[in-house]
Ligand binder design. Sequence first.
Ligand SMILES: [Mg+2]
Length: 273
Amino acid sequence: MTAAVAMAALVSACASAPPQRQPNLDATLWIQTAAEYDAAARSVYIAAANDLAGLLADSAESAVLEQEGNYSALPPAVILDVDETVLDNSPYQARLLIGGESYDSQSWAAWVNEAAAAAVPGAVEFTQAAVRLGITVFYVTNRRASQEEATRRNLIEAGLPLPGDPDVVLTLDERPDWLSSKSSRRQFVASTHRVLMLVGDDLNDFVDVDGLSVEQRDGVEERFVSYWGERWRMLPNPTYGSWERALFDSDLGLTPSERTNRKAEHLEPGGEW
Ligand SMILES: [Mg+2]
């Protein structure tokens, strides 16, 4: 598709698309074109890399709430989410916008199988710094077990470290108790490793918040204030996530306009306005 044809298709799609999808135009363009996004992601990863040695030296440190027992002598690890944490899937979002389509599991699976996502800025340098310090990098992702092979290909292609052993790509349903909550997989890693740091783009990459309201999510975020910027590092993702589902109470039965209205109720005009 030429640029002109793509542009015409996008303009047409946005004009006819349900309004709830149009905000993703700006969000997707921010990730794809804004130097500000690259700088934000890189800032997170550079600060995280700078703190690895200190976290490594303090054997009392653990980043996972599920870490139990005497873990101080366990080998060190970090846990990273995959999508929008180490792999940038904004081309998939761009395709949805151009095609006037919404997310669905089939088109997502096709994108995953292409293994064509680039690395999020700073992710390669951070993970390589971790490996140089003898820290094992685990990837805990809600991509499905059937997508692990393609995910591995993509991680390698994007320059991310991936040892053959142990299995560091922990996917959804790979084991019976590895559900969409990542808690059991954090616990699994913590049973053999001291986890120094978690990196993600969604609160669920750190602590379970699915089904919580916007206000409850804020409460969880504030409760763990001592973790942010140290053991927990958050990447920006304005395109999708549990933050967005919370705006309409994850009610997937709503029509597009109902969903938009529920979201708009959360706008905060402030003051006497
Ligand atoms: Mg993610």
